[in-house]
Design a protein around this ligand. Structure first.
Ligand SMILES: Cc1cc2nc3c(=O)[nH]c(=O)nc-3n(C[C@H](O)[C@H](O)[C@H](O)COP(=O)(O)O)c2cc1C
Length: 367
């Protein structure tokens, strides 16, 4: 399929008309305080990047028990919500749209990051073979997680729904459910990490069930048109070992399709029959991220939209160092290099101090 669409064309996403098809990909930046409250600089950081048709925020824990890294923000108490309100207002004032990525890290976590009475949980008691960060930043072997009980599953589902209510109440436009990159939802999808023999494991539709239940619960609160779902079939990040696990992802897409969420956001390295089939079956907007292969440059992402492989594309690291990325692309201006050493370090350096290109300001009103 070829279309005449370019990444600069507007596109409909759920109830929103986005200015362009470039999504700022979710990126953890570890700038929140130990209570999961974002600093005021987060509002500056996100508003600087409002040229994206849609911003997806950094992974945000829906409950205190869902936290897996120092410095990630939460969406489960009033102070966190107030900080998010500043972010939402600043992005809207700058003309942008923003969804909050809700992330439960599951077995990728450490007891020191969560309340004493909470447990590191996963579908099955299988630890990741890697190191995780403690609250003090020291890296230690990943713990053996507890297999979630049926009651525990219901609590997590409820936590996602309540966090989504907070997100929308704070003025964010919607939420993205993080079912990618080896975190809890992905752990349920994958037979390597989900060896359950109850209704949540053992078959493709059973492995998909938890993600479907989370999506349904969130949809009941905020409407499916404000939900995106992020997946990474075959992705090996965080010690995930499955191949593409095709049947599970097709079962997931088929179960979610009748709800008509705002979008499906797929991370992939290369196209495959599974990706083509997901794109074909998915009933609403399809977002692709072909990341981690050098920069996601305009020349890389344009063909995805022009060929119809995706309706929107998401871009990560280039947005860190180029807050005005869409304007730079539009006007052929050079892109600044990112500094990886400040991705996760906290503070304003490498966060809010990347300038716009001097050449993009005069065109700001047109783009
Ligand atoms: C600093 C950093 C933090 C990230 N944090 C998240 C995250 O919180 N949630 C998520 O789904 N992906 C996360 N990712 C993955 C990005 O969304 C994206 O898929 C990846 O950067 C590849 O795109 P790129 O090549 O355009 O950077 C992160 C990537 C980076 C570089």
């Amino acid at each position: 399929m070829t279309t005449t669409a370019t990444v600069f064309d507007p596109v409909r996403l759920g109830p929103f008309e986005l200015a362009n098809r470039v999504v700022m990909a979710p990126m953890t930046r570890n700038r929140a305080d130990p209570a999961g409250v974002l600093p005021d600089s987060a509002a500056v950081y996100y508003a600087q990047r409002a040229c994206a048709g849609l911003i997806v925020t950094e992974g945000t824990q829906p409950s205190a028990a869902a936290k897996g890294y120092p410095g990630t923000p939460g969406m489960h108490d009033d102070r966190q919500e107030q900080a998010w309100r500043k972010v939402a207002d600043a992005v809207h004032d700058a003309g942008g749209r923003i969804f909050c990525q809700l992330m439960h890290t599951g077995r990728i976590g450490h007891q020191s990051l969560i309340p004493a009475d909470a447990r590191i949980v996963a579908p099955s008691a299988i630890p990741a073979q890697l190191e995780v960060a403690r609250a003090d930043g020291v890296m230690v072997p990943a713990p053996v997680p507890e297999a979630l009980t049926r009651e525990g599953i219901a609590v997590v589902v409820r936590d996602f729904a309540q966090a989504a209510v907070r997100a929308v109440r704070a003025g964010l436009d919607g939420v993205e459910l993080h079912a990618a990159n080896g975190y809890l939802l992905h752990q349920f999808l994958s037979p390597g990490t989900n060896q359950r023999e109850d209704a949540y494991g053992g078959s493709p539709s059973a492995r998909a069930r938890f993600v479907v239940e989370v999506t349904e619960a969130v949809a009941a609160e905020i409407g499916a048109e404000r939900i995106g779902i992020r997946i990474s079939p075959g992705g090996q990040f965080n010690d995930m070992r499955d191949k593409e696990n095709e049947d599970t992802y097709l079962a997931l897409a088929d179960a979610l399709a009748p709800l008509r969420p705002a979008y499906l956001h797929t991370l992939r390295r290369r196209s495959s029959p599974l990706h083509q089939e997901l794109r074909r079956r998915w009933p609403t907007a399809y977002v692709l991220n072909t990341g981690y292969q050098g920069a996601s440059e305009l020349a890389d992402v344009s063909p995805l939209v022009a060929s119809g492989a995706a309706d929107l594309v998401s871009v990560g690291r280039l947005f860190i160092s180029n807050p005005d990325l869409v304007r730079r692309w539009r006007h052929g201006l050079p892109r600044a290099a990112w500094d990886e050493s400040t991705f996760y370090t906290g503070g304003d350096r490498g966060y809010t101090d990347y300038p716009d290109h001097p050449g993009t300001n005069e065109q700001r009103s047109q783009s």
